[in-house]
Write a protein that binds this ligand. Structure first.
Ligand SMILES: Cc1cc2nc3c(=O)[nH]c(=O)nc-3n(C[C@H](O)[C@H](O)[C@H](O)COP(=O)(O)OP(=O)(O)OC[C@H]3O[C@@H](n4cnc5c(N)ncnc54)[C@H](O)[C@@H]3O)c2cc1C
Length: 379
């Protein structure tokens, strides 16, 4: 891709810089998870009001139809301003693009606008206690009864379920079919008695994800996405968008953390030590490689309409770099980095999950080996 900016792109950057200068997100609430979520949700509503919540979405769905370069500029300016990433991240990156590809006109009209504004938060009900990497072995059952489906089973690690109105749910609708074929993708309303959300507290102390106990939940037939029995293909669209999108989104967060660490090392004078400077330089280089590789992934999305398996590479690179960065920050700052309330303690502990969420590093390596490099299958 050509990385020199056109006049139009420069004007877009100016517009954004002005917008972020006018829209100060205020102080980040650090200790209270609900307040933190509200802070991000409110800021997303402000972005959406000015058509900036998902600039890469097509204009007919409320985006700006931004090109790859314009999307990159958006994320750079967001990162630069210190503004929070939108609260409805799974809606914007996963549910929205999946509905755009597989949804009926009615579904697009019903679901896309509240995703953008953050009015309706989405979660992803894929993983189960015995189905993570091998997602197609999931057991949650969907049985048709008249004009609706009755769902029962258990999901786990469901991020943000406690705030969610809707769930992207994959369930087994035909137990007699081969495991990849008997699945259906549902848009499930979380606000019903048949869905119980039980928070799971992570090593960070925050309950960011949950168990979902689903017992006779009702889903109208019109809330099937992409057709009965087609759930595996629809789920793959979500997963491809997850890996490519998250890597792009999260490299902004990585940039913010690295800038913070460099500023702290400069303020303390540690940056004068050659070993520290070399390590920071290496992380700087990795962050830059990640940014450019994420752009390349977006270029592929623009060209072919959908993200390809290359997103697995960026997701893997991002998790590794983020874990190294947060570990180095704690080594550099010393024990005070782990004191209660110090944001680095949270970042270090939260980064442990990076190489598991959205596909484990081992599984992503398999995908890169087989589907990007064309190496023989491992199994
Ligand atoms: C922070 C966080 C947030 C999450 N949010 C969500 C969410 O919102 N919604 C959701 O549905 N899920 C979510 N997950 C779940 C996540 O997708 C799963 O944890 C992940 O897919 C791995 O599944 P598993 O935990 O069952 O591990 P397993 O699949 O049991 O894997 C165990 C180990 O075996 C390895 N392994 C498995 N298969 C292979 C293979 N073929 N080749 C080589 N090694 C292999 C894995 O790499 C891993 O090390 C989240 C996870 C985390 C950590």
């Amino acid at each position: 891709m050509d990385l020199t900016f056109t006049e139009r792109e420069q004007a877009f950057r100016e517009e954004l810089r002005e917008w972020f200068a006018r829209n100060d997100p205020g102080q980040e609430p650090e200790s209270d998870e609900d307040l933190h979520f509200k802070w991000r949700r409110d800021f997303q509503a402000r972005l959406a009001a000015d058509g900036l919540a998902a600039v890469h979405w097509p204009p007919e769905y409320g985006g700006r139809g931004a090109s790859v370069t314009e999307s990159a500029i958006f994320f750079e300016e967001l990162g630069r301003s210190g503004a929070p990433l939108p609260a409805n991240v799974l809606g914007l990156l996963l549910a929205g693009p999946t509905i755009m590809l597989w949804g009926s006109d009615r579904q697009k009209e019903r679901y896309l606008a509240p995703i953008l504004s953050g009015e309706e938060i989405w979660c992803q009900g894929f993983s189960e206690p015995d189905a993570g990497s091998d997602l197609a072995s999931l057991k949650t059952r969907a049985v048709k009864e008249g004009g609706e489906w009755v769902i029962s089973g258990q999901k786990v690690w469901t991020s943000g379920a406690q705030y969610s109105k809707w769930c992207m749910l994959v369930a087994r609708s035909d137990p007699s079919a081969p495991k990849h074929r008997g699945l259906t993708y549902f848009l499930m309303d979380m606000e019903q008695d048949g869905v119980q959300v039980r928070p799971l507290r992570q090593i960070t102390g925050s309950p960011e994800f949950n168990e979902l106990f689903i017992d006779g939940a009702r889903v109208p037939a019109e809330n099937v996405l992409g057709g009965e029995g087609n759930g595996w293909k629809v789920a793959l669209t979500t997963l491809m968008n997850e890996r490519a999108g998250l890597a792009f989104f999260l490299q902004v967060r990585l940039r913010q953390l690295l800038d913070r660490l460099i500023a702290q090392a400069a303020a303390s004078g540690a940056i004068e030590q050659p070993l520290v400077a070399a390590r920071l330089g290496e992380l700087q280089m990795r962050a830059e490689i990640l940014r450019l590789t994420a752009y390349r992934g977006l270029t592929a999305t623009e060209k072919y309409g959908q993200p390809g398996p290359e997103g697995s590479l960026t997701k893997w690179m991002w998790s590794q770099t983020n874990q190294e960065l947060t570990q180095f920050a704690v080594d550099l700052i010393g024990p005070e980095a782990l004191a209660e309330g110090n944001p680095w303690a949270y970042e270090l502990l939260r980064a442990r999950g990076n190489s598991i969420e959205g596909g484990t590093t081992e599984v992503l390596k398999n995908i890169v080996a087989e589907r990007v490099l064309g190496l023989p299958k491992s199994r």
